[in-house]
Design a protein around this ligand. Structure first.
Ligand code: FES
Length: 635
């Protein structure tokens, strides 16, 4: 029998016994410990740092650990939880910077009006009892009543519901309400008149968070909202780790548990009987969509990144077991490609780009940034591998948007001292996405970096110094941080941010090129997602992450994907529209585009190799004396 060891996780004091050779990361998952593991244990992110307080490791630091752990941290017994196997009883401390914390979750989204026409409908009927003369079967009797009273034809019924039908309608004394899905299938039979109790559940399954909305299908009103970190995170923070997981059914159960948790909470909040909720409409990126439906999705991670199915799907709840009405239905919006999913279709629907005369662009920024460009005549989409830098990975002090994260940075160009704001106004623990965009913009404005992103080490400031591995700028002195350590921005961080920005810029540029227009032709830019809600738009424009169009043309739309799901929940027409449009959407695979390399190299500059594209930023840089002396090389 395998040996077992006890691990105590501090500061929580949680104990767990695990088998020999289990990694500390796996043990932490089992113990339900809050430990960051952005790459899912692949040794890529370097965020799962823990301190070994007691016990023998019997394992030297490997090359991966040496890459991420500084000399000073080695002295303090830091290790990467995903690299170290347990071979002794241990006391392991999770340092503040390795905790996920409670993340700020975005549920609010753009409000777009739709005409109410839900797929779920209810009809109240009273039947004549059968007699020796009238020998019509129970099901035919219901069908005849619905046909003569409501003109509903060709109904079918779920077999499991049929099994009890005879008993049910007799116990209801032939006086009951029939709930019908899409004029096709009877999904519930309820005593008396319950026609005013008809609800639906819409959800956005994000890689990081789940958002849920309870809607009254009579009025279209949102009765309650809830959100939760995606419980799949311990299996890997990025989609590639998740779709490649050896037990995808565990990931499916995790997400369904999460959706059920939100569901129970919102039903309780709104005082609604979960049995009166008959449909769930879900959006999510293609990987989340496949994992939720239990479709094996490994192939999405390898070229040519093909999804298993792209059209919208409606399945019976019996397969997924959401805690709503057991015979209810689950509908997922269509997906376009391996990396343009049902969430992007939700954004397309709620921003109404598909019916606009003017040229619109929508950006949903994340590890993958989806771009939509078009109008009523033509729609292009793509997905850019912007990487996890804006979510805090690959940035030395990067973190998610949770308590203590620095969310705003402003640098005084004279003193080079920063002004920062943190979430919840507590001592800073790290830097989250919105401030990660501020970094290159504020550094460029104050001449700490040039348009190539190179730090100007000659500036006279104690904040600029040579760190252990790279040159760095001290954003917060240790005495002011939550864990008594200086929070710095390194030369490598700037490079990572520039690469992420370059990926987005490449996506937008190639779509514009394919459409045959320039940035200045964009009439409206929609910024979707939590990240977009908190970002400094001026700074995003300044570094070339957004086109240099007037800020009045830029609109943040919050969780627009969630709005799209809600629209499809209350309107059959919206489903038909998105199904139709999804077939017309043109997908551009950036990696296969002949200009990809060239545009990407040009986009590595801040804001862009051809500065004439960014006259406002250029003028500013000229004024402050940070304009390049020589013309930049344009590839
Ligand atoms: S390096 Fe350990 S989880 Fe990423």
């Amino acid at each position: 029998m395998a040996k077992k060891f006890e691990i105590i996780f501090q500061p929580d004091g949680k104990r767990i016994k695990v088998e020999e050779n289990t990694t500390i990361l796996d043990a932490s998952k089992e113990a339900g410990i809050d430990l960051v593991s952005i790459c899912g244990g692949k040794g890529i992110c370097g965020k799962c740092k823990v301190i070994i307080e007691k016990g023998e490791l019997k394992q030297q630091l490997d090359d991966t650990e040496l890459k991420f752990i500084s000399e000073h941290e080695i002295d303090e017994n830091y290790r990467l939880a995903c690299r170290v196997k347990i071979r002794d009883n241990l006391i392991v401390r999770i340092p503040e910077e390795s905790r996920t914390g409670k993340q700020r979750l975005q549920v609010e989204g753009i409000k777009t009006k739709v005409k109410l026409d839900p797929v779920i409908k209810k009809y109240y009927i009273k039947l004549e009892k059968p007699t020796l003369i009238d020998q019509t079967s129970d099901f035919d009797r219901i069908k005849q009543a619905l046909k003569s009273k409501f003109d509903i034809l060709n109904l079918r019924i779920n077999l499991n519901l049929l099994k009890n039908l005879g008993e049910l309608i007799r116990s209801y004394n032939w006086n009951f309400t029939v709930c019908i899905w899409d004029n096709e299938e009877i999904i519930s039979i309820e005593e008396g008149d319950t026609t005013n109790k008809i609800y639906g559940y819409a959800t956005d399954i994000g890689t990081t968070k789940l958002a849920g909305y309870l809607l009254d299908l009579h009025t279209g009103e949102v009765l309650a909202v809830g959100s939760l970190m995606n419980p799949q995170i311990p299996f890997g923070e990025d989609v590639i780790s998740r779709i490649g997981h050896k037990e995808p059914n565990k990931l499916q159960s995790a997400v369904i548990d999460g959706l059920n948790k939100i569901f129970e909470e919102i039903c309780e909040k709104a005082n609604i009987n979960p049995q009166h909720v008959y449909e769930l409409v879900a959006v999510g990126n293609t990987s989340m969509h496949h994992l939720f439906l239990g479709i094996k999705a490994k192939q999405i991670g390898v070229s040519p990144y093909i999804p298993v199915i792209s059209r919208g799907i409606s399945v019976q709840n019996e397969y997924l077991k959401i805690k709503m009405n057991e015979f209810g239905r689950i509908y997922t919006l269509p997906v376009i490609s391996g990396y343009v999913g049902a969430d992007t279709m939700g954004v397309l629907l709620s921003t109404e780009i598909y019916k606009k005369d003017e040229i619109c662009m929508a950006l949903d920024i994340g590890t993958n940034t989806e771009v939509i460009l078009g109008n009523k005549d033509r729609i292009l989409t793509t997905s850019c591998a912007s990487g996890p830098a804006f979510e805090g990975a690959h940035i030395q002090f990067g973190m998610r948007a949770s308590s203590g994260a620095i969310e705003k940075i402003k640098i005084d160009p004279k003193t080079l001292d920063p002004e920062i704001e943190t979430i919840d106004h507590v001592k800073p623990r790290g830097i989250c996405g919105s401030a990660i965009v501020d970094i290159p913009a504020e550094m460029l404005k104050s001449k700490i970096i040039d348009v190539k992103g190179k730090m100007n080490y000659n500036l006279d400031s104690p904040r600029l110094r040579k760190g252990e591995k790279y040159y760095e700028y001290v954003l917060v002195w240790g005495k002011n941080s939550a864990f008594n350590k200086d929070i710095v921005i390194t030369q490598k961080d700037i490079r990572e941010i520039s690469l992420a920005k370059a990926a987005i810029h490449t996506g937008t540029t190639i779509l514009l090129q394919e459409f045959g227009i320039n940035e200045s032709d964009i009439d409206k830019l929609f910024i979707a997602g939590a990240f977009g809600t908190h970002i400094n738009i001026e700074n995003a424009r300044f570094i070339g992450m957004f086109p240099e169009i007037p800020t009045s043309k830029i609109k943040t739309v919050g969780n627009a994907a969630g709005t799209g799901a809600r629209m499809c929940l209350v309107s059959k027409e919206m489903r038909n529209i998105i199904e139709k449009i999804s077939k017309k959407v043109e997908y551009i695979e950036l990696g296969a585009h002949p200009d990809f390399q060239k545009v990407y190299l040009n986009s590595n500059y801040l804001p862009y190799a051809d500065l004439s594209f960014y006259p406002e930023t250029s003028n500013f840089l000229k004024q402050v004396g940070n304009f390049p002396e020589k013309k930049l090389h344009i590839f």
